[in-house]
Design a protein around this ligand. Structure first.
Ligand SMILES: Nc1ncnc2c1ncn2[C@@H]1O[C@H](COP(=O)(O)OP(=O)(O)OP(=O)(O)O)[C@@H](O)[C@H]1O
Length: 450
């Protein structure tokens, strides 16, 4: 099969399996051709080859068949592809198995764009960024583990990659291993199957820095959790740095064993808060500079960035996708990005970002969270256990909906707008001192936005 055909298939897969999966698994492959019904690829490690075979076999085969290539099997040989794409990825760590079999402890590929220079810092992520920077210095371990958490697309993976890149540059002597919790599980299952569990343990315990992304994935997977716990303890005992990310705080991950969750809280737990307008604007400018490198410089009308930062509020990935689409469209038709183009080109994204939470949804979610009855939330009771959640719901209604204070008052059992204002102010005040309350509010906000 000629290389161009594989490039086409690879591009189609990018859309089907998503940018990040594509980058991790498909991009590192080099197609060597087809003969006697066998399609051969060069893959950077056996691990990548096995994963592709297990996960993307059907998608790859059906595409090969569509272009008339008759294949019955795929084979992988291990080695670095002769040519790497422009956005070449690098692996975080590799080390040789003590058995001498040459089995590699391969991390997930790192995205070259996810570095500290490209990470925009604002109020919502400044603490997470500072903690990541500290770990990336590679000095003595100060907090172990560093646990980064936050909602979808807020920059956890970006920060993890940035730490890994920085460590590789500053401390090339360290074995830094970055992988997703899913890959950890896959390696573990593979080791069990191949009766190589001792090798697995030795390999994982020999790294200097272990970084595991999306750790919520192992919740409820008992033996993987168990093994993760032992790996974790062994590394902490040797004073090796661990960095973990998840979509929520350790204590909130359902089905995560209590001992693991409490171990994870021993270090520094930091939250990436939802972005604010200024941060989104900063990110848009930074991404535009990045896109200009691939699409060439494109003129963007005044107000377009502000409009996007204002309208697409939930997820930086979506914001970035919107900008990329505008760049692609503009370079195709050779016109500058105008407000009209934004409306035409992004109508679907703008429509879906129009979904607004309602006061009623907020009341329901808050009542559920604090385990009180909805009727009490709306009723007259003034005990603290009821009044506090009620004020939180008032605060969230003011923050997350466009309802006026009198409108919110009406939805809270016909209360006066001054009562709502008092409730909102009270919560603003309490947020300054009460970290638990802050965490509750951020969690509720995330749940409501998802
Ligand atoms: N502060 C930031 N500065 C620059 N880019 C950012 C920032 N935050 C997020 N991004 C970009 O948003 C996209 C999504 O980020 P990332 O994949 O790190 O999110 P995540 O929190 O790991 O999401 P998920 O929960 O889906 O794993 C990436 O392209 C990343 O570069």
């Amino acid at each position: 099969m000629v290389a161009e055909q594989w490039t086409g298939i690879s591009e189609e897969l990018r859309y089907e399996i998503g940018e990040s999966n594509h980058k991790n698994w498909i991009e590192p492959l080099e197609c060597l051709g087809v003969s006697d019904g066998v399609v051969r690829f060069r893959a950077p490690s056996r691990f990548v080859g096995d994963w592709v075979k297990r996960t993307y076999h059907d998608q790859i085969f059906s595409r090969l068949q569509t272009i008339g290539t008759d294949v019955t099997r795929m084979e992988f040989i291990v080695g670095e592809p002769a040519q790497r794409p422009a956005t070449a990825t690098a692996t975080a760590a590799s080390t040789v198995n003590k058995s001498g079999a040459g089995d590699e402890l391969q991390g997930a590929p790192l995205d070259g764009k996810y570095n500290f220079d490209n990470f925009v810092v604002g109020k919502p992520n400044e603490l997470a960024h500072a903690a990541a920077r500290r770990v990336a210095e590679g000095g003595p371990v100060t907090f172990n583990p560093l646990f980064l958490y936050g909602g979808v697309g807020l920059g956890k993976t970006h920060l993890m990659h940035a730490i890994a890149w920085e460590l590789k540059a500053k401390r090339p002597d360290l074995q830094v291993l970055y992988l997703s919790a899913e890959q950890f599980m896959y390696r573990f299952v593979q080791a069990l199957r191949d009766r190589e569990i001792m090798d697995f343990k030795n390999l994982f315990r020999s790294v200097d820095v272990l970084m595991v992304d999306d750790v919520q994935f192992i919740a409820g997977k008992d033996s993987t959790q168990e093994e993760f716990f032992h790996t974790f303890n062994a590394l902490v005992d040797q004073n090796k740095q661990i960095v973990i990310s998840a979509d929520r705080a350790p204590g909130e991950i359902k089905d995560l064993e209590a001992r693991i969750s409490s171990r994870m809280q021993c270090g520094l737990v930091v939250d990436l808060h939802p972005t604010n307008y200024e941060l989104r604007l900063g990110i848009l400018h930074r991404k535009a500079a990045q896109f200009a490198q691939s699409y060439g410089s494109i003129k963007i009308d005044d107000g377009v960035f502000e409009f996007l930062a204002h309208r697409i509020t939930t997820n930086v990935r979506v914001l970035e996708g919107a900008l990329q689409r505008l760049f692609a469209f503009s370079s195709l038709i050779g016109q500058e990005v105008s407000q009209d183009m934004v409306q035409d080109c992004l109508s679907d994204m703008l429509r879906s970002s129009e979904r607004r939470v309602t006061v009623e949804e907020i009341q329901r979610k808050v009542a559920e969270h604090f385990n009180i009855r909805l009727s009490d939330m709306l009723g007259p009771k003034r005990t603290r256990t009821i009044a506090r959640p009620r004020q939180i719901a008032m605060y969230l209604s003011k923050e997350m909906t466009s309802r006026s204070l009198p409108e919110i008052g009406r939805r809270f059992g016909g209360r006066d707008h001054t009562t709502i204002l008092h409730g909102v102010r009270k919560v603003v005040e309490m947020r300054e001192q009460d970290t638990q309350l802050n965490e509750d509010i951020e969690l509720l906000r995330r749940l409501l936005e998802s």
